[in-house]
Design a protein around this ligand. Structure first.
Ligand code: ADP
Ligand code: MG
Length: 242
């Protein structure tokens, strides 16, 4: 049984049907990437899974239990952590305090959570120096690292990552993706990306979402072999990523 199974998911915003019967699954221990252009419905899919948006119909089964219709706090407690688009880092808190907010679903002693937050800086050495500082100024990549570290503090079974590369310089995107390939050793990841090259570079399996429908699914090399995908995402002339 897959860790996550989404069946015939429909989400509407008033008149707009953002998801028109989306079905896919995520196997435990894998990285699955959902590719799609701006407006395809990627964020809506993640928001429906994490309980931030109520689906009109369809089913979401996580860890053997239906979760559609449950509230976001309940879903976090079941083991799904969502790192949303944009990097919401609170300027009035230190970086470590921001990271520790991610553990609000857990009942572990504060001292243990503090140690775990400190350990996050092994995975994210670039932000270690800001750990206890107030009045920090972080780059886009560093903010993204804080957001991902916060998501991991929930100790999720499934981490939902919404466009971690958005707006980042290529070298920073690479750093963020190196972290994703570290995370995958311990956590199942559902990654949403417009950047097909990076998104597929860490994936075991990928799906392509187009105006609220999954139009294609396959292993990264199968997707890269698809002419239509290369045309849509890579100007038609790209090579398989190294
Ligand atoms: N809060 C909202 N209210 C109305 N329409 C929305 C809202 N959020 C998203 N949409 C619409 O739903 C569709 C899918 O959006 P979204 O899931 O954000 O796509 P993506 O993340 O792939 O860019 C788009 O047409 C978008 O304009
Ligand atoms: Mg989005």
């Amino acid at each position: 049984m897959p860790l996550l199974e989404v069946r015939n998911l429909v989400v509407r915003y008033g008149e707009i049907e953002a998801l028109r019967g989306v079905s896919f699954s995520v196997e435990e221990g894998k990285v699955v990437t959902l590719l799609g252009a701006n407006g395809a419905g990627k964020s809506t899919t993640l928001r429906a899974i994490s309980g931030l948006t109520k689906p009109a119909s369809g089913e979401i089964v996580f860890d053997g239990e239906p979760i559609s219709g449950l509230g976001p706090e309940t879903i976090v407690r079941r083991g799904i952590s969502h790192v949303p688009e944009g990097r919401r880092v609170f300027p009035g808190l230190t970086v470590k305090e921001n990271i520790m907010l991610g553990a609000s679903n857990r009942r572990a002693p504060k001292a243990q959570l503090s140690r775990e937050a400190d350990a996050m800086f092994d995975l994210f050495p670039d932000i270690r120096k800001f750990s206890n500082a107030l009045g920090w100024t972080l780059s886009g990549g560093q903010l993204q690292m804080v957001a991902v570290a916060r998501g991991l503090m929930a100790k999720p079974k499934l981490l939902l990552l919404d466009e971690p590369s958005l707006g980042l310089a290529p070298v920073i995107v690479q750093a963020v993706f190196r972290i994703i390939s570290e995370i995958r050793r311990s956590t199942t990841v559902l990654l949403v990306e417009q950047n097909a090259r990076m998104g597929l570079s860490v994936a075991d399996y990928g799906y392509v979402l187009e105006t609220g429908r999954i139009v294609l699914g396959g292993k990264p090399d199968e997707l890269w072999g698809n002419e239509a995908i290369r045309a849509a995402y890579l100007g038609g002339h790209a090579k398989v990523p190294a």
